[in-house]
Design a protein around this ligand. Structure first.
Ligand code: SF4
Length: 717
């Protein structure tokens, strides 16, 4: 007999679609519609529908693995945890705490991300912790902090997208990455709004647009500056808003005015009439939005690029008003929460800065340690991976697969192989886990309770629907076991709710304040938007950011009420010192690698609907694998003709970092100067063998989205 359906959320992307899981005794779980969750209203993509396939023993790891005689061999938990503790201890004794690296993931629940950050700083004493979310939206986060004083992917609910007047969607292919969210764009147009898509490819999302701008990859910064130039030249700025709610306009204006439309056309390839049409559409309605995703963000000028798009919103008076403004479409399942609770190199829980003395004091008190013992900021994700085998001798990795997902992936694979010791916690034997000395098999989504924070800043409860199979432990149990072996007996509970309650205290008073959010509330509501301080202020601490907090509902002297959470940020003021949003005076500079005689073509990368990130999970699901079995090189017919390659014929793509081979997919949907490869596969078709790790100076985001390549025909022997 099936059990009662358990309402929960999808294990994959940042939309965190609601779904019901029904445990069918002896047969795993069944996914059914959950119409009450407002983000997806029952809709799911193929990945969500087929997610239970990963629960089956034939797909997943079922026992710890320990390398013995060069081969990974099944072992007991005590032996495996002893080996990991020994590997960590040895590196610390021989080389000091910063020889220990910790690498997390944007798919980990808030509880796991929090516990991992605490484990690194309290148990290991290392500063060398970062996570793969650095590769996802860190430049957008940096630009939001620069402009608004705070980063929350979308500072408004997703439903606002349906109700605005115009959306400029920059570098996002929602139709493939988050299909249920496409409904918002359809409703936008049904409500009379307009959609502008900026993408070098005519994607399935771009096909729905009123206007599709197809700039050369890596020129989004120039495009945004050109649009702002036209806004000023055509007298479409909102002077009252600029005066009352912003600062820094004159410098930003002067920078934009240096980017004449004709100059921008030469850089981007977007004709001036299209630039003018975009400005007309964007400025006509009272409300409008710019939404960015990885296209403009994964560039070595990613922060400046997003700043330029935010400038456009500020100059036209869009940000900090209902149904209007700037937002980033975060990608990974807990990409938002993952960057708020301490697994990022420079942050403490509650989105606090690790360098802020008040934040250190507060978190150290919650952790029961001396603030002076907390290490300072460490290396960013790529820099950390690049230091493996040199400064960093041992790595503990949780929920990430950098062999496939890191830029310059062959080099990172070599770095991983050069470590003295590698421990990986994962659900499946990913390409990175296959290199480990010890692999620890952990529980997954349907088998554990925990919270995630979706792309809107909505904190959600994922509920356990069935027990894990024998031989599997949770990441929290792993950290508890390792901490105990390393001499820390207390402070690493294994119950997610206990970890969350501590996280609430640690986050209290910080920008991402969760202190008023409880498991009970999450079980009763469709999520709660942060900041949500405890209503009675009991959890409040020094360093409160009053700019971001809404009016305390209990301020009228009535008994403390439950704080409702904050679906929309910045309506009264921005989270800056003076409450004003800050323009950034940014100018165009070319990407790190421009095409030349040796590498004359641009490569851009992205996702396909049936696969997710490094593909470690989705490549193991039969239905998804059948729909998207391998990589390809999308190219324009003119480029294919020049190369002499037919559709389906294998071609080599060569960059300064390596070579990848995949079948040509000839299509008029892409610019003739650009090729596209999806990045979900390892081996000879691994797109990230080619990508450029040139880093954005502010966010340390690598330039995944554009590099110079040459194409070669691959002749069969
Ligand atoms: Fe899951 Fe994202 Fe698909 Fe929704 S859109 S079902 S969250 S993968």
């Amino acid at each position: 007999m099936p059990t009662t359906p358990t309402p929960t959320h999808c294990p994959y992307c940042a939309l965190q679609c609601g779904m019901n899981l029904t445990a069918l005794p002896g047969k795993g779980v069944e996914v059914t519609e959950r119409a009450d969750f407002p983000v997806n209203r029952g809709a799911l993509c193929g990945k969500g529908r087929t997610a239970p396939a990963l629960l089956s023993p034939g797909v997943r790891l079922t026992s710890p693995l320990v390398r013995s005689g060069g081969v990974l061999t099944p072992a007991g938990w005590d032996e495996a945890l002893d080996r990991v503790a020994e590997g960590l201890s040895r590196a610390r004794t021989e080389h000091g705490p910063d020889a220990l690296g910790v690498f997390g993931g944007g798919g980990l629940t808030n509880e796991k991300a929090y516990a991992l950050g605490k484990f690194a700083r309290v148990v290991l004493g290392t500063s060398q912790i970062d996570y793969n979310g650095r590769f996802c939206m860190s430049s957008a986060a940096a630009a939001s902090v620069r402009a608004f004083g705070l980063d929350r992917g979308l500072p408004f609910p997703l439903e606002d997208v349906s109700r605005t007047g115009c959306v400029i969607l920059v570098g996002s292919n929602l139709a493939e990455t988050m299909p249920p969210a496409l409904r918002c764009l359809t409703e936008l147009r049904e409500n009379g709004g307009t959609l502008i898509v900026v993408d070098p490819r005519r994607t399935r999302t771009a096909e729905q647009a009123d206007l599709h701008l197809a700039p050369r990859p890596g020129t989004d910064l120039a495009l945004a500056l050109g649009l702002l130039h036209l806004v000023v030249a055509e007298g479409r700025t909102d002077e009252a808003y600029i005066r009352e709610r912003t600062s820094g306009w004159e410098d930003a204006r002067a920078a934009a005015m240096a980017h004449w439309p004709e100059y921008v056309e030469r850089i981007t390839g977007v004709p001036v009439p299209e630039l003018r049409a975009a400005v007309r559409l964007f400025c006509a309605p009272e409300n409008a939005m710019v939404l960015t995703a990885r296209g403009p963000e994964q560039q070595s000028r990613g922060t400046d690029t997003v700043s330029a798009w935010i400038n456009l919103c500020l100059a036209t008076g869009r940000a900090g008003r209902p149904h209007s403004g700037y937002g980033c479409l975060t990608g990974q399942g807990n990409g938002q929460g993952g960057r708020e609770h301490g697994q990022k190199a420079d942050q403490l829980p509650g989105y606090r800065k690790l360098t802020d003395p008040a934040a250190r004091r507060h978190v150290a008190e919650v952790w029961g340690v001396d603030p002076d013992t907390l290490p300072g900021p460490g290396r960013s994700a790529y820099e950390l991976l690049d230091a493996l085998g040199t400064d960093i001798r041992t790595l503990l990795l949780m929920g990430s697969n950098p062999v496939v997902s890191a830029p310059r992936a062959a080099h990172i694979e070599e770095r991983l192989r050069s470590l003295d010791f590698l421990a990986v916690c994962d659900v499946v034997l990913s390409e990175t886990a296959a290199l480990a000395d010890v692999v620890l098999p952990v529980t997954q989504w349907a088998e554990e309770t925990g919270t995630t924070t979706n792309l809107e800043g909505r904190v959600l409860l994922r509920r356990r629907a069935l027990p894990p199979p024998p031989g599997i432990r949770s990441d929290l149990e792993v950290l508890h076991g390792l901490a105990a072996r390393l001499g820390v007996e207390k402070g690493f509970p294994t119950e997610p709710q206990d970890v969350f309650d501590e996280l609430r205290r640690a986050s209290a008073g910080g920008p991402a304040d969760y202190s008023g959010i409880t498991y009970r509330r999450l079980a009763e509501e469709s999520g709660v938007f942060w900041p949500c301080p405890a209503a009675d202020g009991a959890e409040a601490a020094e360093g409160v950011s009053p700019h971001v907090l809404p009016q305390d509902p209990a301020q009228d002297g009535s008994p403390a009420a439950v704080h409702p959470g904050t679906p929309r940020l910045f309506l009264d003021r921005f989270a800056t010192e003076d409450g004003r949003a800050r323009f950034a005076a940014v100018s165009y500079r070319a990407v790190a690698e421009e095409p030349d005689d040796t590498y004359p073509v641009l490569l851009t990368t992205g996702r396909v609907v049936a696969q997710y990130q490094s593909g470690a999970q989705t490549r193991r699901v039969e239905e998804l694998n059948a729909a998207a079995p391998g990589p390809y090189v999308e190219m324009h017919p003119r480029l294919a003709e020049r190369l002499g390659a037919a559709d389906g014929e294998p071609v080599a793509v060569v960059s300064r970092r390596g070579r990848a081979v995949a079948p040509a997919r000839v299509s008029r949907a892409i610019r003739p100067d650009t090729v596209f490869m999806p990045f979900h596969w390892p081996g000879e078709g691994r797109a990230n063998t080619l990508t450029n790790p040139a880093l954005d100076p502010t966010s340390r985001m690598p330039e995944f989205k554009v590099c110079a390549v040459r194409l070669e025909r691959v002749r069969s022997a």
